[in-house]
Write a protein that binds this ligand. Structure first.
Ligand SMILES: *Cc1c(COP(=O)(O)O)cnc(C)c1O
Length: 367
């Protein structure tokens, strides 16, 4: 019998157990074909059904308008950091970035290797613990696109509502760590991208939702594999796609749908985050690090009074079957990633462990 513990890892992250059980079956035999999902040709009928269902489920879940393409591409979000400017940043144009964390910086750095970039705002002075005031954003004149990171995985901040972007400028959003965690209006965006390993599936694949007029913008001199046009025309089957990733994403979309869709996810995620933040706010021992108005519902970052107590808590939690709580190596402390597939029970177990640790160690600290 397999046994599963509470997984708070930032990514690859916990997946819905129902999806993993279905995958277990389908790895041996996909829908009575006698061939497992890993072994089917990407050009065969069985995989065509898998791919088509993944796209259909994605479209209905997020109510994606017909003038958007849905792409499943290799290489994760970092690959998109390069592909986006290659396709959308022509010579002489500028791409604007709202710099809210490490991933936003990396996205901007890649764009800067291809064309001009402009910082509309940065939270670096506050170590990214606070999102910039939307009023403080300063856009360049007529940028090719405006780039935002909706959830900052490393520091645990998330835009509750996106900052306003200039009229008519395509909004490009890295949603790697909060995609489909709440309802969203696709028509606000020019391009949405997300590495799958936080909220959607295994690593190595990204979901891209792109408005069709932007698909056509890639320069003709780009290698075919790097053009969105190529993949849109080929239904993401230009070359062998990560078939298993597409399969898992499709099953995750169907799982979200069964759990009440994006509204259901928002309720579930709100309840989990509130439980944890309420505990942290009431604690005189642990404390959350993100500015309360900027808090992420997906990645909850917090500290104990000393680094040695943090190490002790992480070790104690691991003994109790709570894993993945170490903060990102660049910021230290602790981080609980409580993505869609993380259950309320897991968060309850974490709060109990935090309470017990606080009770045992508070006295020692005072003495
Ligand atoms: C994890 C993450 C990335 C990087 O994803 P890869 O698939 O490893 O390239 C980019 N952006 C955000 C917001 C992330 O959380």
């Amino acid at each position: 019998m397999s046994h599963r513990i509470h997984n708070f890892c930032a990514g690859p992250a916990v997946l819905p157990e129902a999806v993993l059980r279905q995958a277990q079956t389908d790895i041996l035999d996909l829908e009575g074909t006698g061939i497992g999902v890993l072994e089917h040709s990407h050009r065969g009928k069985a995989f065509a059904r898998v791919r088509d269902d993944a796209e259909a489920a994605c479209r209905s879940l997020a109510n994606i308008p017909d003038d958007y393409d849905v792409l499943f591409l290799q290489g994760g979000a970092s690959h998109q950091f390069a592909m986006i400017p290659l396709n959308l940043l022509p010579d002489g144009a500028t791409a604007d970035f709202v710099v809210t964390g490490t991933w936003a910086k990396k996205a901007m750095k890649e764009a800067a290797s291809i064309g001009a970039v402009h910082v509309a705002a940065t939270g670096e002075d506050d170590s990214f613990h606070r999102l910039p005031d939307p009023e403080s954003l300063r856009w360049s004149a007529g940028p090719a696109y405006a780039h935002v990171t909706t959830n900052n995985t490393i520091v645990g901040t998330e835009w509750a509502a996106l900052p306003p972007t200039p009229e008519g400028v395509p909004l490009v959003a890295d949603m790697s760590s909060d995609i489909f965690s709440r309802p969203l209006d696709i028509s606000q965006f020019g391009l949405i991208y997300a590495g799958a390993q936080k909220n959607l599936g295994p690593s190595g694949i990204a979901l891209i939702i792109i408005r069709k007029d932007l698909v056509e913008r890639g320069r003709d001199t780009l290698p075919a594999i790097l053009q969105y046009r190529t993949h849109a025309k080929a239904n993401s089957l230009f070359n062998t796609p990560p078939t298993f990733g597409v399969y898992v994403m499709g099953k995750v979309f169907r799982w979200i749908e069964a759990e009440g869709g994006l509204k259901g996810m928002a309720e579930r995620n709100g309840a989990k985050a509130q439980l944890l933040y309420d505990f942290l706010d009431a604690s005189s021992f642990f404390r959350g690090t993100a500015d309360p108005a900027s808090r992420s519902l997906m990645n909850v970052c917090f500290r104990a009074p000393t680094e040695s107590l943090e190490a002790e808590f992480i070790a104690e939690a691991a003994r109790q079957g709570l894993d993945g709580l170490k903060g990102h190596r660049s910021v230290g402390g602790m981080r609980a990633s409580i993505y869609n597939a993380c259950s309320l029970e897991s968060v309850q177990a974490l709060v109990s462990a935090l309470e017990a640790f606080e009770t045992t160690h508070r006295g020692a600290l005072a003495g």
